[in-house]
Design a protein around this ligand. Structure first.
Ligand SMILES: [Zn+2]
Length: 383
């Protein structure tokens, strides 16, 4: 049909895992609730949707990606595939019914965006949640008969966000009740990159399925074939992604969060190596709120420091920021960096990362960290 957005690319890799899942679905031996866990952006929700297509497909080798069911599911239009994910809390909803409507509207709007841009990587901003109203909507649907066949699928992405900021266990408990006695034909696929943050009672109801990172070569091939990336750019983004297609897409896109964090982390590293005055300036660029947004930045900074450490050891094949080898080589040499100092710097960032999980002032956190790194990297005695 003209004017239709392209179908999302086929699910890649994990051949054995998918063969096992396919067999279980064919025998109807897969439990009604499964939990797919793995690193952010590694394809957990894509696999969850693949499971739904495999079960609903009426073609030959399932999923054929070509029968009516497959195509509807690929277009996120299948009436028996319901996809839920964290959303920002709607503003100004005055009653529970209005809130439920607003959340459902926001979900459909997001689904329309996914349809339009199936490859857009959407890392959550950290303030989104799966609210009680969404769980009620899941429950209402789950108690109805499937529309087309005898099975319907509920994909719940980032399920650990079932308990959002208020720390109210309501949403998680409401889901738990549903999982305890799943209505006939209703199947649940939860995904999480932090399964430890799920309620124990929910975790114990679900069959855990680990989705490991993909080989770097596989991620690079994906970026070349689906995004038209050059072999060099594809390899660079794939190495930085550490086996996650979602993260690799982010690294490929210079406007994305990942690329921005890599650049900001490099600026921090340069500030730490230079003068105290520039450390102070770098710290002041951070707003006083939102320390949790620092987590990705701290991760990017650790990658830079590991690269510096690898360079100082002469192990350049381990460097992930491969476009910056000259800078890394010059810097390691100028600092006369030793492996133990590089390791200490990585540990100092790890400490800052743990602090960023709590409620700390980002400016204070960054300026303290930069002073610590300055001493460590320049080989000066600790305070
Ligand atoms: Zn099919």
């Amino acid at each position: 049909m003209p004017g239709r957005p392209p179908l999302p690319p086929a699910f890649r890799g994990h051949v054995e895992l998918r063969a096992a899942l396919r067999r279980a679905l064919e025998r109807r031996s897969l439990p009604a609730t499964v939990l797919i866990y793995g690193a952010p952006g590694c394809g957990k929700q894509s696999l969850a949707l693949w499971i739904a297509r495999t079960a609903l497909c009426t073609g030959g080798s399932r999923p054929c990606e070509d029968c009516k069911n497959c195509r509807m599911a690929l277009r996120l239009e299948h009436p028996d595939v319901h996809w839920y994910f964290p959303l920002p809390r709607p503003k100004g909803a005055s009653s529970p019914a209005r809130l439920a409507d607003a959340i459902e509207d926001a979900r459909h709007q997001k689904l329309a965006e996914f349809r339009e841009h199936p490859l857009r990587y959407g890392g959550g901003a950290g303030v989104e949640g799966i609210y009680l109203a969404a769980v009620h909507s899941i429950r209402r649907r789950a108690h109805k008969r499937p529309t087309a066949g005898d099975q319907q699928f509920f994909v719940v992405g980032d399920a650990e966000r079932l308990v959002p900021q208020e720390a109210s266990p309501e949403a998680a408990n409401a889901l738990l009740k549903l999982l305890e006695e799943p209505p006939d034909g209703s199947r649940f696929v939860l995904t999480s990159s932090r399964p430890g943050a799920l309620l124990d009672t929910i975790r114990s109801r679900a069959l855990p399925i680990h989705l490991p990172p993909l080989p770097v070569s596989e991620v690079a091939a994906f970026l070349q074939e689906e995004r038209g990336a050059t072999p060099e750019a594809a390899m660079q983004a794939a190495v930085l992604s550490q086996g996650s297609i979602g993260a690799a897409l982010g690294h490929l896109d210079s406007e994305s969060t990942e690329s921005g964090q890599r650049t900001r982390a490099l600026a921090l590293l340069k500030a730490a190596i230079a003068q105290r005055a520039s450390s102070y300036g770098a710290a002041m660029e951070f707003g006083p709120g939102g320390a949790r947004g620092l987590l990705g930045l701290m991760g990017a900074l650790q990658l830079w420091l590991r690269d510096l450490g690898a360079t100082s050891l002469g192990c350049e094949e381990r460097v992930v920021n491969t476009a910056a080898t000259d800078f890394l080589r010059d810097t390691a040499k100028r600092l006369a960096l030793t492996p133990d100092r590089a390791a200490r710097a990585v540990a100092q960032v790890e400490e800052a990362r743990m602090l960023a999980l709590g409620n700390v002032n980002p400016q204070l956190l960054i300026s303290t960290l930069l002073l610590d790194l300055e001493e460590t990297l320049n080989g000066r005695a600790s305070r």
